[in-house]
Design a protein around this ligand. Structure first.
Ligand code: NAP
Length: 340
């Protein structure tokens, strides 16, 4: 719903981060408020949000500065969104254009044009946030450029039923690998195998991950795509093959609440003995190769080799709940909130 005031100004609902959570994230850490939408300055563009992307990183940004500044109490909660230009005071953008930007959780944002990525109008639009957005590109570059799997190798991915993980596993299959997913719950694990074509899946909430992984990956692990860190990273490290690669994508087990006091055992001993490469990456490192990545992703989707799972809910006011639920493992595939 988009309201206009008596003077014709636009009402801008905003979700503020009230305080940084010391423990787990909860609804009381957020507050819904209303302001007037800003007028764009020279070189800026006013956008209206369509879909907010929910990302594990939203929670990590509350911990402190990462590859972006920390989110501070009292500020509009930070987050990426698919948005439509309503007014432009910058060259290259016109009303009606579709963009991706770090808009924050609100109806409208005025942003410098250089911070916007212009997007094509495709059907469904939501794919611009999932397979053709950060999630798809992270899976693609992280697996193929950092993990570098070869045909016949074993790839293991954690948070495997999430937005990045569900694509990593399928790309691993496209490249001819044995793929093992690690996810929370039997239903998610069955879904990975039956619907997405994973070879095996380990339910980390029910099983001894180390033991189950030994069965699921009997020839050891050549590539581990790590979305979670912590104990799961430790279990994988111990089963890596010589010259294996670990693509360090994220550490969701450490984001919500106090992180473990100790790191995974085996560092650096196992890295030395097995000549492992552990490499962190941020998806934007590879943005100059985005065209090729998008072309590959599109061809795999068109050929039915890559299934895109999306989890869309409605209403700006429900965004905090959607993030809290993502951290608790409610989602399958890419979670987002439809705003306008
Ligand atoms: N490096 C980059 O450029 C980049 C870019 C995008 C995302 N990322 C990273 O990619 C990872 C996935 O992020 P996403 O936004 O796509 O989220 P997501 O995978 O869609 O959702 C997060 C999933 O993580 C699982 N999870 C939550 N707590 C966990 C824990 N303690 N241990 C194991 N699994 C847990 C939950 O599923 P279960 O039911 O399986 O627990 C949840 O559904 C995050 O680490 C994120 O920081 C990195």
């Amino acid at each position: 719903m988009h309201l206009r005031g008596a003077m014709g100004e636009r009402t801008n609902r905003q979700i503020l981060l009230v305080e940084k959570p010391a423990g787990r994230l909860a609804p009381e850490h957020f507050r819904l408020t209303q302001a007037t939408a800003p007028a764009p300055k020279d070189g800026e563009v006013l956008v209206r949000l369509r879909y907010i992307s929910l990302d594990a990183a939203n929670r990590a940004w509350m911990q402190g500065a990462t590859y972006r500044a920390a989110v501070e109490p009292g500020a509009v909660m930070a987050g990426g969104a698919l948005a439509e230009v309503v007014e432009s005071r910058a060259d290259g953008f016109a009303a009606g254009d579709l963009v991706f930007a770090d808009t924050g959780w609100q109806d409208y944002a005025a942003l410098p044009a250089r911070h916007l990525i212009k997007l094509p109008k495709i059907t469904p639009l939501t794919h611009l946030l999932s397979v053709y957005g950060i999630a798809g590109l992270t899976a693609y570059f992280g697996l193929l450029h950092v993990g570098r799997p070869k045909e016949g190798e074993t790839v293991v991915v954690s948070a495997a039923a999430g937005s990045v993980g569900s694509l990593v596993g399928q790309i691993g299959k496209i490249k001819g690998c044995r793929v093992v997913g690690i996810a929370g719950g039997r239903e998610k694990c069955d879904w990975l195998i039956r619907q997405l074509g994973f070879d095996a899946a380990v339910d980390y909430k029910a099983a001894n991950v180390f033991k189950e992984l030994k069965q699921a990956a009997p020839r050891g692990i050549d590539v581990y795509f790590d979305n979670v860190g912590g104990d799961i990273l430790e279990a994988c490290l111990a089963q890596m093959n010589v010259r294996g690669r670990i693509a360090c994508c994220g550490a969701i087990s450490q984001y919500d609440g106090a992180p473990d006091a100790h790191g995974p055992r085996g560092v650096p001993g196992l890295i030395v003995v097995k000549r492992l490469v552990l490499q962190g990456f941020i998806v934007t490192d590879y943005f100059n190769e985005r065209e090729q990545a998008l072309a590959d992703l599109q061809s795999w989707v068109a050929a039915g080799k890559l299934k895109v799972q999306e989890d869309v809910s409605d209403g700006l006011e429900n965004t905090p709940r959607a993030l809290i639920g993502l951290l608790a493992g409610e989602n399958r595939g890419k979670r987002m909130v439809r705003v306008g």
